[in-house]
Write a protein that binds this ligand. Structure first.
Ligand code: ZN
Length: 155
């Protein structure tokens, strides 16, 4: 039996294009741009609201976050971010509708010229396995080119 990760999967993705490094196609980046948050702002939690279709569809995401710079100085979490100690004045509770998120992703692709599914690398996230780590495989959306999908451009 050939397991998926023994065929065309890789565990080390090619380096991200500079433009993607600076502006990743993430929920956090969307929030930063939409609400003019500090560029190192990140979520600490989010929740789907108005779910239908067994939780797959939703009307919006409720997101909480801040800028976090404090790390645990000792204990089992030493070196990890302490989400209980946000930088003063950076905390924000925001909401993004699913339409806003979809529109932003399309705009991101138009502006960067890259495929959002594989972050412009040609390799999309394909799961995580203990002992192997993060697994990537050639991106179907852009035929592993990393470029903005032609199908999307034609739509
Ligand atoms: Zn792709």
């Amino acid at each position: 039996m050939t397991r998926p990760w023994e065929s065309d999967e890789i565990t080390e993705r090619p380096p991200l294009p500079e433009a993607v490094k600076d502006r990743p196609p993430t929920m956090d980046q969307n929030a930063i741009e939409r609400f003019n948050l500090p560029k190192d702002w990140q979520h600490c939690g989010w929740e789907k609201r108005g779910t239908t279709n067994g939780g797959r569809d939703f009307t919006h995401l409720a997101i909480e976050g801040a800028v976090y710079k404090t790390t645990y100085s000792r204990g089992p979490r030493k070196g990890q971010i302490n989400y209980r100690k946000p930088e003063p004045g950076t905390e924000a509770s925001i909401s993004l509708t699913s339409e806003e998120m979809d529109a932003w992703i399309i705009q991101w692709e138009v502006e960067t010229g890259y495929c959002h599914n594989c972050w412009g690398t040609g390799y999309a996230w394909n799961g995580w396995t203990a002992g192997i780590g993060t697994r990537y495989k050639p991106c179907r959306r852009c035929a592993a080119t990393g470029k903005r999908a032609l199908a999307e451009a034609a739509a």
